[in-house]
Write a protein that binds this ligand. Structure first.
Ligand code: ZN
Length: 165
């Protein structure tokens, strides 16, 4: 590996374009500052993190990540309808694609995504919207620097492109 190769504990900034299998752009950093993450701390999906290990600033590459190393396979039931009234004061602001946290009757915390809204029925899904999909990333490594001690303790990046708190 090159001397400046990306390794665990580096703060890495990437430009990315994510496309689906029909070539549609799902997300892109185009026109935005690059995305910053802390390498080796699972800030990003496992397959992308692995593909970035050993790369260096200026590297450009394409990588196809299977669901198992991306947002997982689809599991459990199809999206379930929930009455809009269950959302209380948030009920007016619901949109397809939004996620929220919920607690099950046995006390488990989970993230749910809204997949559809039909009148007063809101369909929610425990799968990430990209679960079951291959993720096709076009990546450019924009910047790499060493993490601060505080960033390593927190497990994420601070400052521009990272957490502010
Ligand atoms: Zn922090």
């Amino acid at each position: 590996m090159a001397e400046n190769a990306i390794q665990e504990g580096d703060v890495v900034f990437i430009h990315y374009t994510l496309t689906g299998n029909e070539g549609q752009v799902i997300d892109s950093s185009q026109g935005r500052p690059p995305l910053g993450y802390l390498h080796g701390y699972r800030n990003i999906v496992a397959g992308l993190e692995r593909a970035l290990t050993g790369r260096a600033v200026g590297d450009r590459f394409d990588v196809a990540i299977p669901p198992e190393e991306g947002y997982g396979l689809r599991e459990g039931p199809e999206p379930q309808p929930v009455p809009r009234s269950e959302f209380g004061k948030d009920a007016r602001h619901l949109q397809v694609g939004m996620s929220f946290h919920a607690t099950t009757s046995d006390g488990q915390n989970l993230t749910l995504w809204i997949t559809d809204i039909q009148g007063d029925e809101v369909f929610v899904d425990a799968n990430h919207p990209l679960a079951g999909q291959t993720l096709n990333f076009a990546i450019e490594v924009a910047e790499v620097r060493a993490a601060t001690t505080e960033e390593l303790t927190h497990g994420h990046v601070h400052g521009p492109g990272g957490h502010h708190h």
